[in-house]
Ligand binder design. Structure first.
Ligand code: UDX
Ligand code: ADP
Length: 450
């Protein structure tokens, strides 16, 4: 076994993870390959215009690229050169055939497995990093080892990083999880994979399990987090109806050490590439094993999340005298959360579409996500995009804060008020602005759960 590492898939998971692995293992050569030549070129760009925005990422890439970190489209060469192969290709929700809308689309994973098999020149350890349904590793092992001249050992090493804090999450993980076959060969492969992380992660934080536990853990962990968000959002509706304040309720619930304070922020609902996909996967799995009540339970998490965006539009409707047609609404924030340009499953996208159905004139602004917003909403007329928040707010009837960018509370809200039509409404769906100050300026203010 040599110490070289390749990751197939240079996306949100593969890029940052390999950059940190390279930084912390200067003695290992780390290669990241992708079929998308444009993406690889961006990773290699001389001015570090990387294909994804992630705080701190550029510094890690500057430190390692060209030394022991390499981005390439040469899958064959990389597979031949490296004995440890991570797979971080995309596994979106399947949009066709059996399991459409719920199961994962594994075509990229399978294509990758076939490539690995075709190019392998000796025994290899294959490590899944993409979120995959339980038992995928077994299926992949079957594809790889069927009539194979070399032995492939498949491990599951799910990634728990969150976007926006990826570099820190990778440098100081709560835990690293490595699942593998519990036979001699599997345990040896787990030990190899452990060495990569042990370069900087304390060994007691590297947890090992069998493959299926590792695969299921990733789905379960994300489902638990998503469920917390839906739970607090369900309480938020009740707060609005009764005059309670959801932030106060969350603060006190979170003071119970058994519950803890994190992931209790009510808002426009969760977005991102993982939560919805993973919960849907869990639902599909439960149904496949005839666990219908469990499937329904997890479906409720998604239903609640979608309801949250519908509620935002209903409340705007009510506050704006039941007519939204031809009125201008500025959405502040299109990324699914702050500190990322990622717009996959973003609540802003859904709110924008619901408002477009009402013939609203939309103005969208975001510090990092405008290129993705333009692409996502390309089919809609009546949408304008602005780098400048003040331009976006000009002549608007309402500003809806959808993403909790740290810059938003620091804006000159007096100026925004002067630029807007009267009466001027701010719907702060992230509860990140100073409500009293806005009211003192003259705004009508709406929040989630207040
Ligand atoms: C998530 C998991 O945190 C991570 O472990 C996993 O590997 C991938 O999925 P990510 O989607 O990047 O990471 O972001 P996260 O910070 O978890 O936020 C997810 C969504 O929930 C965002 O839209 C966020 O705004 C929302 N959220 C989060 C809330 O609405 N309230 C909260 O209290 C926390
Ligand atoms: P994730 O969030 O899981 O990292 P991304 O979509 O950001 O997902 O990245 C996945 C990457 O995997 C994409 O850049 C895509 O081009 C790449 N990819 C998909 N299939 C293959 C393949 N067979 N070989 C190499 N790269 C692939």
């Amino acid at each position: 076994m040599n110490k070289n590492i390749v990751c197939i898939g240079a996306g949100y998971i593969g890029g940052p993870t390999m950059a940190v692995i390279a930084k912390m293992n200067p003695d290992r050569k780390v290669m990241v390959v992708d079929v998308n030549a444009e993406r690889v070129a961006a990773w290699n760009s001389p001015d570090y215009a990387l294909p994804i925005y992630e705080p701190g990422l550029v510094d890690v890439v500057k430190e390692t690229r060209g030394k022991n970190l390499f981005f390439t489209t040469d899958i064959e060469g990389a597979v031949k050169e490296c004995d440890t192969i991570f797979v971080g290709v995309n596994t979106p929700t399947k949009m066709f055939g059996r399991g459409a809308g719920r199961a994962s689309d594994l075509q990229f994973w399978e294509a990758t497995a076939r490539e690995i098999k075709a190019y392998a020149n000796r025994d290899k350890i294959v490590i899944e990093k993409s979120t995959l349904p339980v038992r995928t590793a077994a299926a992949m092992e079957a594809i790889l080892n069927d009539h194979a001249t070399h032995r492939f050992t498949v491990l599951s090493n799910p990634e728990f990083l969150a976007e926006g804090t990826a570099i820190n999450d990778l440098l100081e993980p709560d835990r690293v999880l490595i699942g593998g076959p519990q036979d001699e060969n599997g345990l040896a492969a787990i030990a190899e994979a452990m060495e990569i992380y042990a370069a900087w992660v304390p060994r007691e934080k590297i947890l090992t399990t069998n493959v299926w536990s590792a695969e299921l853990t990733k789905l379960a962990a994300n489902a638990f987090l998503a469920q917390r968000v839906s739970s607090i959002n369900a309480i938020a509706g009740l707060c609005e109806a009764t005059g309670a304040d959801v932030d106060e309720v969350a603060r006190v619930i979170g003071a119970d050490r058994r519950i803890g304070p994190k992931f209790l922020k009510a808002g426009p609902g969760f977005g991102g590439s993982c939560f919805k996909k993973d919960v849907l996967n869990l639902v599909y799995l439960c149904e496949s094993f005839s666990l219908h009540t469990a499937a329904e339970y997890w479906s409720g998490v998604i239903k609640m999340n979608e309801h949250q965006q519908e509620r935002i539009v209903s409340r705007l409707f009510k506050e704006m005298f039941n007519t939204l047609a031809n009125r201008k609404i500025a959405l502040f924030g299109f990324a699914f959360k702050a500190d990322t340009g990622d717009t996959r499953e973003t609540p802003s996208g859904r709110v924008a579409r619901l408002l477009a159905e009402e013939h609203v004139r939309l103005a969208i602004t975001d510090p990092k996500a405008l290129p993705n917003a333009r692409r996502d909403l390309a089919d809609l007329d009546n949408v304008e995009y602005f780098d400048d928040e003040y331009e976006a707010a000009k002549d608007a009837d309402a500003v809806v804060v959808m993403t909790d960018w740290k810059s938003y509370p620091k804006l000159d809200w007096e100026k925004i008020y002067d630029l807007m039509r009267k009466p001027s409404l701010v719907f702060d769906t992230r509860n990140c602005l100073d409500r009293k100050r806005l009211a003192a300026i003259g705004f009508k203010v709406l929040n989630i759960g207040k």
